[in-house]
Write a protein that binds this ligand. Structure first.
Ligand code: ACM
Length: 417
């Protein structure tokens, strides 16, 4: 069976045909009863408030709730208020799946905003696919996925690594040590990094994965000293980011000669470790708190007013915030009786929003988002100095590093015919 093009457009056109596109009609028929009853629209908020990734996921919960409250304060959607059903999946993928089922089946949420780790996203997606519900995922991730039941608003590798790795090679050298947490996301990102390094004549001098929550980096740091890489490429997540940076500095290593270049170190982890431990290291992301746009000044000001004047925003809390507005715009396009996950998905495709990072858009071809890649250098103040900034938004290409794979019209990955 030959697939012509990786895109959803045919699927989108077929959506009007309801069951013909594979969507159970029950969702459409019960839409007004189940999803928009009693003057409210229920949405799930599924971010860990405990466990090893609570350090970053708490900010996702907070940004999501801020957007929901703002929307309600401005009158809601079609006069209906958003009702947030909040769950704490405790940094545990199995608990994510269990809570997701509750939000979809018992609470009848019309959409759920959730997840930081790819492990938790992969754990919940079967629930959203089975019940044909919609998951809004704000986190940068490895790509190679395009579920019809997910809207992806974080960066994929062509929006984070594509220009970053050549820039690192040019400025620091070709010898990379890859250090990540032990799960799917770091391994896949490192595979992309290896593909790019090969093209650039680079070399991987070490590759290592530590358990989630790992806090003892002495043996890893000894390997940095032994192998003397030009760049330590880090996809360590959660509390471990703090331990790694502190122990790196305590071991006397110097970012000027052996910087850590991360995809996952944000203002949030830096606030926890102290800016002096992050200064001189790098992160690639479409958003930093230091972005100078009117929308970002408002976002940061409102966030600090609500949560405390020392609170930081970061490259995942920003999409967690703006994706609620994309959801709102999608639901606004529907008449109240049609509000249901499949109709929201269709209405979300092509939506644009003036986010703190710049104008973003959900690509109807793959449900991912056009974003504005940047490279930042961490400062002792805890902020990033933006040293590279894309001049235009960058199309999301979740299969960019794997030209042999495509996304099918029903959202599955398949080898190219
Ligand atoms: C991640 O696991 N996508 C950070």
């Amino acid at each position: 069976m030959g697939l012509k093009r990786r895109d959803f457009l045919k699927g989108a056109a077929a959506l009007g045909a309801g069951a013909a596109a594979g969507f159970p009609n029950i969702w459409i028929k019960n839409a007004d009863l189940a999803f928009a009853a009693n003057g409210e629209i229920k949405v799930g908020v599924l971010f860990s408030l405990t466990g090893t990734t609570a350090i970053i996921e708490t900010s996702l919960n907070q940004a999501t709730l801020m957007a929901i409250d703002e929307i309600n304060a401005a009158g809601g959607i079609h006069g209906m208020k958003l009702k947030a059903v909040i769950e704490d999946p405790a940094s545990d993928p199995a608990t994510f799946a269990q809570k997701a089922r509750k939000l979809v089946v018992s609470d009848k949420c019309v959409s759920v905003f959730g997840s930081y780790t790819s492990a938790s996203r992969k754990a919940v997606l079967p629930v959203f696919e089975h019940y044909n519900n919609l998951y809004w995922y704000p986190t940068l991730y490895e790509g190679r996925e395009c579920s019809m039941n997910c809207i992806y608003t974080g960066a994929v590798p062509n929006q984070q690594q594509k220009n970053y790795i050549p820039w690192l090679v040019k400025n620091f050298g070709k010898r990379f040590y890859l250090i990540g947490s032990n799960y799917v996301y770091p391994k896949e990102e490192n595979n992309v990094c290896k593909i790019l390094l090969k093209q650039l004549g680079g070399e991987v001098v070490g590759e290592e994965y530590v358990p989630l929550g790992h806090s003892e980096f002495a043996s890893v740091i000894q390997k940095f000293k032994d192998t003397k890489p030009n760049v330590i490429f880090s996809t360590v997540v959660g509390d471990s980011v703090v331990a790694l940076h502190r122990q790196y500095k305590a071991a006397g290593l110097d970012p000027k000669t052996m910087p850590m270049a991360s995809l996952t170190t944000s203002e949030e982890e830096i606030a926890a470790m102290g800016g002096e431990f992050a200064a001189g290291h790098f992160t690639s992301a479409p958003y930093f708190m230091s972005v100078d746009t009117p929308e970002n000044h408002k976002f940061v000001g409102d966030f600090q007013k609500r949560y405390g004047k020392n609170k930081v925003t970061n490259f995942v809390s920003e999409p967690a915030y703006f994706q609620v507005y994309l959801f709102k715009q999608a639901v606004e396009k529907l008449s109240p009786k049609d509000i249901a996950p499949p109709t929201i998905r269709k209405a979300a495709w092509g939506q644009q929003y003036q986010a703190p990072q710049g104008l973003v858009k959900i690509d109807p071809k793959n449900s991912h988002t056009y974003l504005w890649p940047k490279i930042g250098e961490a400062q002792a103040s805890g902020q990033f100095k933006i040293i590279k900034n894309s001049k235009e938004w960058v199309e999301p290409l979740p299969y960019w590093a794997y030209p042999g794979e495509v996304c099918t019209p029903n959202g599955m990955t398949q080898k190219k015919a």
